[in-house]
Design a protein around this ligand. Structure first.
Ligand code: CMC
Length: 429
């Protein structure tokens, strides 16, 4: 196959650039030599047309509403496997055999406890601190604890750091929750599955037995799978950028958590539920639809629209099913938030504004309702997202470190400030 090129005509000079083909998805013009060859930069705020790296982990076709991890569709992973299977797949590239899965489960399970000293960090925070603020601080603090897994040039260290992060995030997330509500921390229970253990650490108390409901544990497992990775989104790109300098892996994940917190990213499920509560009843929906369409009103329908999906978010479909399973199991029949959500979805999907702009419900539209039914306060929603996304972050971080072409990330800019000018003494200003 002949190699295709893209030609750039600039200031009377023609320069050719290699066009690279992925296994699926759009071709990519390799402009890495653009500055050297032409003395110009590209301008792409928000990176809407820029591939920042080469990756083999996750593929999204936003127009078709497709999400694949290592080639496997997200719905097949969520229907058939558990979260640790998806973790193995993301980290190692293949689905595990039974022996590999058992070994991986054992390795993760053996790392679920945190250094006892780490629990002291929590008391430095106000009880009413947002748990994402606590997560940024405590996960960052892990970088001061596990010195035997921070030599990023050592593949064994990289894997141990990855497993530690996957294993300890539920423990830290549950501690953030318990601290918030003033209950004692619950230690992990190794006989439980990943999701069941997390529910136990969040909802058990030392004074009585807690039996994990298997339907709810399965729903939790599925929520984790649906959030595990999403290629080069803002928080993952943040982790890659932070890691590109050779920074401590635990600190890089803390950077990812900070980025995820924003309402345009991981904070959207919290924002979506708050919005449903604010709307309150079905008869007020038209008012909010009108606000969302009004160019002079900054209000947006939270849980709608996506930078990449210009079709139904494939995760939202599974999430919608999971929502009904959880509400059914808990016997919640008349949830006013769900009524508002269903009606809002119906109206938005038939409204010209949303159709024309291809604004479909995203995963966050349903995950908030489900997490609320499971018993989590809204402030914990993004924490759960961070917990699940940690595997994606570490898989992408490892891939970056192992890429021989890896270099420190350093975007350039279109400078529109003053050109050089002389300093003016204070008396003359
Ligand atoms: N409600 C009303 N209008 C919207 C919405 C919305 N939720 N989202 C986009 N639009 C409009 C927007 O005003 C713009 O209109 P115009 O072309 O007239 O200027 C057009 O649709 C395109 O929007 P955009 O801002 O250029 O799209 P983007 O790719 O930059 O933004 C987004 C994507 C997710 C930030 C945005 O859709 C949004 O703010 N949605 C609400 C927040 C949300 O649910 N975020 C969760 C994302 S999924 C979880 C994750 O992966 O992190």
């Amino acid at each position: 196959m002949s190699e295709s090129t893209a030609k750039l005509e600039l200031n009377g000079k023609s320069t050719e650039f290699k066009v690279r083909q992925g296994s699926v998805g759009p071709d990519v013009i390799d402009i890495s030599a653009l500055y050297k060859d032409t003395g110009t930069f590209t301008y792409d705020p928000g990176f809407t047309s820029t591939a920042s790296c080469e990756s083999q982990i996750t593929y999204i076709d936003g127009d078709a509403g497709v999400l694949l991890h290592r080639g496997y569709p997200i719905d097949q992973l969520a229907e058939n496997g558990d979260f640790l299977e998806t973790c193995y797949l993301l980290l190692y590239g293949e689905l595990p055999t039974k022996a590999q899965k058992d070994d991986f489960d054992e390795r993760v399970t053996r790392h679920t406890m945190v250094h006892e000293q780490l629990s002291r960090f929590f008391t430095g925070f106000r009880r009413d601190a947002h748990p994402m603020a606590v997560m940024c601080g405590v996960v960052g603090a892990l970088s001061a604890f596990y010195h035997d897994s921070t030599d990023i040039s050592d593949p064994h260290h990289r894997m141990v750091a990855s497993i530690r992060l996957i294993a300890k995030m539920p423990t830290i997330a549950a501690m953030a929750y318990k601290y918030h509500i003033g209950q004692p921390f619950m230690y992990p229970k190794n006989e439980l599955s990943f999701a069941a253990n997390f529910l136990h650490m969040c909802f058990a108390v030392p004074c009585e037995d807690y039996k994990v409901n298997p339907v709810l544990a399965r729903a939790m497992e599925r929520i984790f799978i649906l959030h595990a990775d999403h290629e080069q989104n803002a928080s993952t790109s943040t982790v890659r950028l932070a890691g590109s300098s050779g920074a401590n892996p635990f600190a890089c994940i803390a950077a990812g958590i900070a980025c995820l917190w924003g309402p345009a990213h991981g904070g959207a499920n919290e924002a979506a539920l708050n919005m449903l509560a604010e709307i309150g009843s079905v008869d007020r929906i038209p008012e909010y639809i009108a606000k969302a369409k009004d160019k002079n009103d900054p209000f947006r329908l939270m849980g709608f629209g996506h930078r990449v999906y210009k079709n139904y978010d494939p995760r939202a479909k599974i999430m919608q099913k999971t929502t009904h399973e959880v509400l059914g199991e808990l016997g919640i029949k008349d949830d006013p938030l769900l009524d508002v959500a269903m009606e809002l979805e119906k109206i938005a999907l038939t409204d010209e504004y949303f159709i024309e702009k291809k604004l479909y419900p995203n995963i966050d539209f349903y995950s908030g309702i489900t997490l609320k039914a499971l018993g989590f306060p809204t402030t914990m929603f993004t924490v759960l997202f961070a917990l699940a996304r940690t595997v994606g972050w570490v898989a992408q971080w490892k891939e970056m470190i192992e890429d021989p072409s890896q270099k420190i990330g350093r975007p350039r800019q279109l400078y529109t400030g003053y050109a050089e000018r002389d300093y003016v003494p204070m008396a003359k200003r």
